[in-house]
Design a binder for this molecule. Structure first.
Ligand SMILES: NC(=O)c1ccc[n+]([C@@H]2O[C@H](COP(=O)([O-])OP(=O)(O)OC[C@H]3O[C@@H](n4cnc5c(N)ncnc54)[C@H](O)[C@@H]3O)[C@@H](O)[C@H]2O)c1
Ligand SMILES: [Zn+2]
Length: 328
């Protein structure tokens, strides 16, 4: 908290799953340190990533007369990162935010990069802002209460990051796979450090996603389409991203930009981390039409993130019909 140098009140945002276990002890410590804290406990899960939740943060902050010297502190998964970040960016036209991410996904992805927002009936993350956190504090002890499926889902983003990062990171993940899957702290901390610093570096080069930042969407074009066509119910984000990565590698292979050995290597690594890789059955017409409606689509073309060897991932504009042909 010291680095946030906040003189005023802290608005501590969490959800009803994380709050009692991880936010309450933090609140007590902040209060013991003389901070005035207002706790906001939202409903847990994506269905609460709404304007109504943002309003609850705004109202609680204003009721407590937070001023520009105050700060918002989000303790939770990606949903809490996005909501607390957005509320902070708009509260009094912007107060500082800090994140204590409590899911692996939030540690390696959602807490970093400054994208905030919430969902509407029109879709996910369509309203939001850029608001960089003053700090992100990852304490891997909190992952001890996270469901195994959630942890595995976060590992998909770790594989993505390693492939963008390069050979050493991929080889390290291959060595750590078994221990990572078991949730051992040392390889987990190593993976978080690699993925979080990769994201921070990419985002620093391209804060507003005009170009380079888009490499972080590796596996996400098809992944998002698989999630969307299932109504965001039957599949976790990381599982969809894993399938999306397999699709991207296959597409890259048909374009001749990745070797069969590297495709096999990526698929094996995802599988070793307990992630699904059998993308074939998912590439039905429903999923393909969602790719066509991807918000990153530009007229009839799409910028597809195409992987080559570790450390080389390119953005390639492709006509939609070609993407469909390559995926089929
Ligand atoms: N802003 C960004 O750059 C960015 C990047 C990636 C994802 N996101 C967003 O992040 C969200 C997904 O994040 P998520 O996967 O963390 O989901 P989440 O925040 O919904 O958390 C998943 C579930 O795990 C619970 N939980 C969290 N931490 C826990 C812990 N330590 N122990 C036990 N339970 C715990 C939560 O209460 C929730 O029920 C999506 O809304 C996505 O859009 C944002
Ligand atoms: Zn993702």
């Amino acid at each position: 908290m010291a680095s946030m140098a906040t003189s005023g009140r802290v608005v501590l945002v969490s959800d009803d799953v994380v709050g009692p276990r991880w936010a309450d002890p933090l609140r007590e410590r902040l209060q013991a340190a003389g901070k005035q804290v207002t706790a906001v406990v939202l409903g847990a899960g994506e269905e609460h990533k709404t304007l109504a939740s943002v309003e609850r943060i705004w109202e609680a902050a204003l009721d407590a007369q937070v001023d520009r010297g105050g700060a918002v502190l989000g303790v939770g998964g990606g949903v809490i990162c996005d909501l607390s970040g957005f509320a902070a960016s708009t509260l009094l036209r912007g107060v500082p935010v800090g994140h204590v991410p409590t899911t692996l996904l939030a540690m390696v992805d959602a807490a970093i990069g400054g994208k905030t927002g919430f969902d509407t009936r029109h879709g996910k993350n369509l309203i939001g802002s850029f608001h960089q956190p003053k700090f992100v504090l990852c304490d891997i002890d909190v992952l001890s209460t996270l469901a195994e499926g959630e942890r595995r889902s976060g590992l998909a983003e770790v594989v993505k990051s390693a492939w963008i990062e390069g050979e050493a990171a991929v080889a390290q993940l291959e060595r750590d796979a078994v221990a990572l899957l078991a949730g051992e702290p040392e390889p987990t901390a190593r993976a978080i450090r690699m993925a979080a610093s990769l994201k921070a570096r990419v985002v620093t080069e391209d804060e507003r996603e005009s170009g380079a930042r888009a490499v972080l969407n590796l596996g996400h074009t098809v992944g998002h389409a698989i999630e969307a066509s299932s109504g965001y119910r039957d599949i976790r984000h990381g599982e969809a991203v894993s399938l999306g990565m397999v699709a991207a590698f296959r597409l890259a292979s048909k374009l001749g930009v990745v070797s069969a050995t590297d495709v096999e290597r990526a698929v094996r690594l995802l599988g070793a981390l307990g992630l699904p890789t059998d993308v074939g059955p998912h590439l039905h017409q429903g999923v393909l039409s969602f790719i066509g409606s991807d918000k990153k689509r530009r007229s009839e073309g799409i910028t597809f993130v195409v992987p080559s060897e570790p450390g080389r991932v390119d953005l390639r504009p492709l006509p939609l019909h070609e993407v469909f042909d390559l995926l089929r």
